[in-house]
Design a protein around this ligand. Structure first.
Ligand SMILES: NC(=O)c1ccc[n+]([C@@H]2O[C@H](COP(=O)([O-])OP(=O)(O)OC[C@H]3O[C@@H](n4cnc5c(N)ncnc54)[C@H](O)[C@@H]3O)[C@@H](O)[C@H]2O)c1
Length: 339
């Protein structure tokens, strides 16, 4: 199968490409290699994909292109003729969206619209796209499940991700485009994102610098290990939405008469930030110096996923607990940065 992966140089994109290549799928990667975080890390991920054991990888090809560029993206679809699209390219991060709204409007709305148009035009069999747990915004009923209404985003980032879900639904209804939205819950692991807590805290603790802890540590997150996320994407590719299976009386806003699905992808655990730091300190064998700060604008207090819908669809069972996941990350970090 030929699969186009946008955001291939990103954290999740890199891992999904690796998994799909292992199963002998042909991967067309697209990424603009922007400098939201160190582009060297993005280049290293791509180098790792391009050559395995010093042999060029015939299953992988990368295009440096921006998803907002209509001409370039159309020509990639036209030339490569992918069967499936896994769309992960986006401006990520809640806090960055407070001061940099235009990047989110461009990449997450204009860029997403461009991907949808090409999926329609080139008759893509199945579009999978990244949404986020942040769509649950101001909801306070935990765990979050897909049948909850999500109409109160508390950041522009969340609003763009919710908009993607709605835009995809319109294409699914109008053009019979099979779409699956993936609501990721704090994904972490080796080759992770430098702007996320695990990476930042590890870097600061190892360099004897202070870590900032928001809302005095009274924040809770559902941390999901990258291999569990990748495995679920792999299974969802093989199980596209089937509108004949939908129960229209279910009153579930994430289901539809159109070939469309939305899933939470989490670990269904609600870890207190302070406990998470404690586990990291044990793994690093080093205590952190903490500065306690107020709650940040746009942040949510808690994320916690109900993954029953995904379990029923692909028998999803996350396998990696936080202790093991942190160890895998720290081992990678030390090997990559400290050797
Ligand atoms: N990592 C998480 O915990 C998490 C949680 C919820 C949602 N998500 C979503 O999952 C997706 C992947 O996240 P990630 O953690 O791998 O982030 P990432 O930033 O590592 O990867 C995104 C990639 O997209 C590329 N990109 C950004 N804008 C682009 C554009 N206009 N054109 C082409 N490429 C562009 C970036 O260069 C980057 O390599 C994103 O859509 C993100 O919003 C991630």
């Amino acid at each position: 199968m030929k699969i186009l992966v946008t955001g291939a140089a990103g954290f999740i994109g890199f891992h999904i490409c690796k998994r799909l290549i292992k199963n002998k799928n042909y991967i067309i990667g697209v990424d603009n290699f922007n400098d939201y975080y160190d582009p060297n890390l993005k280049n290293s991920r791509i180098e790792n994909l391009i050559s395995e054991k010093n042999k060029p990888n015939e299953f992988f090809k990368i295009y440096k292109a921006d998803i907002t560029n209509t001409v370039e993206i159309e020509s990639i679809f036209h030339k490569e003729k992918p069967d499936i699209v896994v769309h992960l390219a986006a401006q990520a991060g809640v806090r960055y969206s407070i001061n940099n709204p235009s990047t989110y409007i461009q990449s997450n709305l204009v860029g997403f619209g461009n991907i949808l148009e090409n999926c329609k035009k080139h008759k893509i069999e199945h579009l999978l796209f990244a949404s986020s747990s942040s769509v649950y915004g101001g909801n306070n009923k935990l765990p979050y499940s897909e049948d909850q209404g999500v109409d109160h985003p508390v950041s522009l980032y969340a609003a763009t991700k919710r908009s993607n879900e709605l835009m995809a639904h319109a294409y699914s209804h109008l053009y019979n485009l099979r779409c699956t939205g993936l609501r990721f819950f704090t994904v972490y692991g080796p080759w992770g994102r430098p702007d996320m807590a695990l990476f930042k805290f590890t870097e600061l603790i190892l360099n004897n610098k202070k870590i900032e802890i928001y809302n005095r540590g009274q924040l809770y997150r559902d941390f999901t290990y990258i291999d569990d996320v990748v495995e679920s994407i792999f299974q969802i590719i093989k199980n596209p939405p089937n509108n004949e299976l939908i129960n229209l009386n279910s009153n579930d806003p994430s289901s539809s008469w159109a070939p469309y699905n939305l899933f939470n992808i989490g670990n269904s655990t609600n870890i207190k930030l302070i406990d998470f730091i404690d586990l990291l300190e044990k793994q690093l064998n080093k205590k952190s110096k903490k500065i306690y700060k107020e709650m940040q604008l746009g942040d949510v207090l808690s994320t916690y996923a109900d993954c029953t819908k995904l379990k029923n669809w692909i028998n999803y069972k996350p396998k990696t607990n936080l202790q093991k996941g942190i160890k895998e990350f720290v081992d990678w970090y030390k090997k990559y940065y400290c050797n």
